[in-house]
Design a protein around this ligand. Structure first.
Ligand SMILES: Cc1ncc(COP(=O)(O)O)c(C=O)c1O
Length: 479
């Protein structure tokens, strides 16, 4: 569906000129009106909140954490290395909001890095989990809930005829690479610069945000042999992909990519790019793998592949299908999936895989997403948010560009356009850090890195969005 893709890249507002087009689509007078009335109503309360903003308890907890856990965290990007200051330690989450241990409240655009698409701690999901829990938390044996979620995933995602559940996106990508190699009998894989496919050795080459944020080109401890067969190309660069196939004839098992990049900031594919990689993989008898750990059930119910109308051979999922519990999955055509043990010889296993709690949270999250209007709502609020921030940036004299698709968005402090990781790195990251710290004080929690996508949810309200835009304008005036 080339027309869909063309529509997307035009509507994304990734370059500054395209943002003007988005602007024309909105009704400026009505949004300005609601913006003003909300601003007046909340200003007194907001002023009080800003004065009382303190992170004393967070600081105390993080100092203790640093003594016990490397860097004080259990996943590097949480450590605020690229935005300065120290991480906020949280106490609870609900809907679109998070509350820290000092009692500060934030509108959240991280959504636990993607899973919280219907909002945090949804009442129906919590009720279903407590029912499931009464029957036990892990069977280590087949359970009916696995069938239910498997059926939902197979029905939803165009490329998936069979699925294997695992416990994280990293595991899903590890499994899918082994499968692609087993099925084709070839070892080389193409990945794109700035795309992250979890932290398994073969993928830790030019791997986007986490590594970029720490300024590490690669990770020590990854043996050369593990990445020897990993070939890389710039995102959106068809000629580079063609060259790799030419130079490695008959040796490449497939291409893996984020169909919309979220781990180098938000970068959508050019329509011609995503069409070309499908064609090139077919011409070379190689597999096309969409890593939809982030985009699955976020860009549409059938993921990026449904949104763009391109069917890959294999797909990885995670985040949303676990509804906030640890999960991952890989799936694809039946003849390929039947290579996986015990149906076939490719070994992959997991103690907690398919456990009833993760299955339950996933099932109820997907059920909510099936309700009519879910993706239209995400589209509407995210468009308003991104356009509002870009407008605020321009009004206050900053170079800024950004884009969104449904519930996924991002913006960079550069004129743009941004087509790949090298373009993304032109963003003024020092300015992003100042913006980030200002937004925290205003009660808005973005991902603590310029190179991460943001996420909205069904729980975000028009008021959340307008408050965020007002906060952004105020911060952008000061930095
Ligand atoms: C596209 C993509 N693939 C894989 C992963 C790894 O998933 P996990 O963190 O669950 O291991 C991530 C994590 O953010 C991701 O965004």
């Amino acid at each position: 569906m080339a027309s869909t893709i063309t529509g997307v890249s035009v509507g994304l507002g990734l370059s500054c000129s395209t943002t003007r087009k988005l602007n024309q689509k909105r009704n400026p007078s009505s949004s300005r009106l609601s913006f003003c009335s909300i601003k007046m109503a909340v200003s007194v309360e907001e002023e009080k909140k800003k004065k009382s903003f303190t992170l004393e308890k967070s600081e105390e907890a993080f100092s203790a954490a640093k003594e016990m856990m490397p860097g004080g965290v259990n996943s590097p990007v949480r450590a605020f290395k690229s935005v300065g200051g120290q991480p906020i330690v949280f106490d609870s989450v609900k809907g679109s909001h998070m509350r820290d241990v000092d009692g500060n409240d934030y509108i959240d655009y991280v959504g636990s890095w993607g899973p919280a698409i219907i909002g945090h701690a949804d009442d129906e999901v919590l009720a279903a989990l407590s029912e499931t829990m009464k029957k036990g938390t892990s069977f280590g044996a087949p359970c009916l809930l696995e069938n239910v979620l498997a059926e939902m995933v197979i029905k939803a995602v165009p490329s998936i005829e069979m699925v294997r559940f695992v416990n994280s996106g990293t595991e899903a990508c590890m499994g899918v690479l082994r499968l692609a190699r087993a099925y084709t009998g070839r070892e080389k894989i193409i990945k794109f610069e700035g795309c992250y496919h979890g932290h398994a050795d073969p993928f830790l080459v030019k791997a986007g945000s986490g590594v970029a944020t720490l300024g590490l080109p690669d990770s020590p401890g990854v043996p050369k042999a593990a990445t020897y067969e990993t070939l890389t190309a710039p995102y959106n660069d068809i000629a580079a992909v063609e060259k790799l196939f030419e130079n490695n004839k008959g040796e490449i098992c497939g291409i893996i990519l984020e169909p919309v990049v979220g781990n180098a900031g938000f970068i959508p594919p050019k329509p011609e790019f995503i069409n070309a990689i499908r064609r090139i993989t077919e011409e070379n008898n190689a597999l096309l793998i969409f890593d939809e750990v982030m985009t699955g059930f976020r860009l549409s119910y059938g993921g990026a592949q449904e949104y763009f109308g391109i069917t890959p051979d294999l797909t990885t999922l995670g985040k949303i299908i676990g509804g906030g519990l640890p999960v991952g999955a890989y799936g694809g055509r039946r003849e390929i999936m039947e290579m996986v043990a015990p149906a076939g010889p490719m070994y992959q296993a997991g103690t907690l895989s398919g456990n009833p709690l993760a299955m339950t949270a996933g099932i109820h999250t997907l059920k909510r997403l099936q309700k009519p209007g879910s993706y239209e709502y995400l589209d509407k609020i995210t468009s308003e948010l991104v356009q509002g921030i870009i407008d605020a940036g321009k009004k206050t004299g900053h170079a800024i560009c950004g884009g969104y698709i449904r519930g996924m968005f991002g913006f960079f402090f550069t004129e743009g356009p941004v087509y790949n990781f090298a373009d993304a790195k032109k963003s003024d990251t020092a300015k992003f850090a100042r913006f980030y710290q200002g937004m925290l004080r205003e009660g808005v929690y973005f991902a603590p890195s310029q190179f991460e996508a943001g996420f909205t949810s069904l729980a975000h309200t028009a008021e959340d969005i307008q408050k965020t835009i007002a906060a952004a304008e105020s911060v952008l005036r000061q930095i």
